[in-house]
Design a protein around this ligand. Structure first.
Ligand code: NAI
Length: 358
C-alpha cells in the first residue's frame, strides 16, 4: 500500500517527512486526528529495518493516540513522531534534539511532542529550547516524567479486570509477569510488590535488569518466550508493541492481559477476537496506559492535580465499561474503539465540558 492509501485506510489527516541536512536527522510526524483538539504524543527514536517499518509504526502509534485521548475523555487529538536512527542504540545528541525541536515547531502546536522509547528528559529539554510545543522534560519543558502516572493507570485497569472476572480486587498473592522493566515497568513492579503481588520480569537490558534485582528483588526469566508462557494471574507487556500474535496468544497461561505497551497486539482486530475465544481477558492498551497522557495533557489543559488524579482513577471505571460492553461485541478492542469513536462523534465541545467537569 502506498502512503496515501495507508493514510486513507487509517484516517490520517497529515503525515510529514523531514530530513535535516546539517545533522542527518530523519523523522516523521503523523497527525491522525485533530477532531477533538491538538495532538500530543511521544517522539520515538528507533532503528527501523526499513523506511516502510518506520511509517507503519508512526501511523499505528498516532492512530492509537487518538483513541487513547478520546477514551480518556480528553479534548485532544492523536499524533506521534518517530526518528529513524542510522543504527540500533544510536546515542542521542543535542544537535539531533534541536533539529527535532525545530521540526516540531513547524506544526505550531497542532502536534505536541513528548518522551517515548529512545528519548529521555534531557532530549525533551533540548527540544524545548527550539519549541514550546513539547512536554515531559525536567528543567525546561513541563509535565515531568509521565511514566509513574502510566503505571498507576495500568494498576487501575488491572483492578477492573479482576473485578470483571469476579475475583477479589486485591493483588496480594497474585503473580504478575511484566515484560520490560523500563520507566513504566519498574514503577508498575514497585506498586504491585507494595500491594503484595509476586512479580516476575523479563528484560533485555542487563543494567536495567540488575537495577530491578538490587532495588526491588525482582525475579527474572531468561526470555520473552519463557515469560509469555509463565503461569500467572496477569500478564503485563510493558516493552514494545506487536508482542502478542495469534500463535503467542495460544501459548499464554494467564486469565488477564493488561499492560502499558502501545500496540500490544500484532493485529488488534484479529488477535483480540482470538484472545476472547481463548477466554483470556485483554484490556485494550490505549485504555490501560492512558495515565501518562492524562498527566501531560492535563497539565497542558490547565487541570488541577486533583482533577488529574481523578482522571487516572477513572481508568478503572472506563476499563470496567469497556469489558462489560465487550460481552456483546467481537472483542474488548472493538468495544474500546467504539467508546472512543462515540466520544469523537460527540465533538470537541463535549470533550471540553467533560474534562473540566472532572
Ligand atoms: P522504556 O524504554 O523505559 O522501557 C522499555 C523497556 O523494555 C526497556 O527497559 C527495554 O530494555 C525493555 N525491552 C525492550 N524489548 C524487550 C523485550 N523484547 N523483552 C524484554 N524487555 C524488553 O519505555 P517506557 O517509557 O517504560 O514505555 C514502555 C512501553 O509503554 C512502550 O511501549 C511505550 O510506548 C508505552 N507507554 C509508555 C508511557 C510512558 O508514560 N512512559 C505511556 C504510554 C505508553
Amino acid at each position: 500500500m502506498n502512503t496515501f492509501e495507508q493514510m486513507t485506510e487509517r484516517g490520517h489527516e497529515r503525515v510529514c517527512f523531514h530530513q535535516d541536512p546539517e545533522t542527518g536527522l530523519r523523522a516523521i510526524i503523523a497527525i491522525h486526528s485533530t477532531k477533538l483538539g491538538n495532538t500530543l504524543g511521544g517522539t520515538r527514536r528507533w532503528h527501523y529495518a526499513t523506511e516502510a517499518d518506520a511509517l507503519y509504526d508512526v501511523l499505528r502509534l498516532s492512530e492509537g493516540m487518538t483513541y487513547k485521548a478520546a477514551a480518556a475523555a480528553l479534548p485532544m487529538g492523536g499524533g506521534k513522531s518517530v526518528i529513524l536512527l542510522p543504527k540500533p542504540g544510536h546515542r542521542t545528541t543535542e544537535a539531533e534534539a534541536l533539529a527535532m525541536g525545530r521540526f516540531v515547531e513547524t506544526f505550531h502546536g497542532a502536534y505536541i511532542a513528548a518522551e517515548d522509547v529512545g528519548s529521555d528528559p534531557q532530549f525533551i529539554d533540548w527540544m524545548a529550547t527550539q519549541t514550546k510545543h513539547v512536554m515531559g522534560g525536567e528543567r525546561i519543558s513541563t509535565g515531568g516524567d509521565p511514566s509513574p502516572y502510566t503505571a498507576r493507570g495500568t494498576i487501575n485497569a488491572m483492578k477492573a479486570a479482576l473485578a470483571h472476572l469476579g475475583k477479589p480486587v486485591d493483588f496480594s498473592g497474585l503473580t504478575v509477569a511484566i515484560q520490560g522493566i523500563g520507566h513504566v515497568g519498574f514503577g508498575l513492579a514497585q506498586l504491585l510488590l507494595e500491594a503484595g503481588a509476586k512479580v516476575i520480569g523479563a528484560e533485555i537490558n542487563d543494567a536495567t535488569r540488575q537495577r530491578a534485582i538490587v532495588e526491588l528483588g525482582l525475579e527474572f526469566v531468561d526470555s520473552d518466550a519463557a515469560l509469555f508462557s509463565t503461569e500467572c494471574d496477569i500478564l503485563a507487556p510493558c516493552a514494545l508493541g506487536g508482542v502478542i500474535d495469534a500463535n503467542r496468544a495460544r501459548s499464554l497461561r494467564c486469565p488477564i492481559v493488561a499492560g502499558a505497551a502501545n500496540n500490544i497486539l500484532d493485529d488488534p482486530d484479529e488477535d483480540a477476537v482470538i484472545l476472547k475465544n481463548l477466554g483470556i481477558l485483554y484490556v485494550p492498551d490505549f485504555v490501560s496506559n492512558a495515565g501518562g497522557l492524562i498527566q501531560l495533557a492535563g497539565t497542558h489543559l490547565g487541570l488541577t492535580e486533583a482533577q488529574i488524579d481523578q482522571k487516572i482513577a477513572d481508568i478503572e471505571g472506563t476499563t470496567a465499561q469497556v469489558l462489560q460492553d465487550a460481552e456483546s461485541m467481537p472483542s474488548t478492542h472493538a468495544a474500546a474503539v467504539a467508546l472512543a469513536d462515540q466520544r469523537i462523534a460527540a465533538g470537541p465541545q463535549t470533550a471540553q465540558e467533560q474534562v473540566h467537569a472532572g
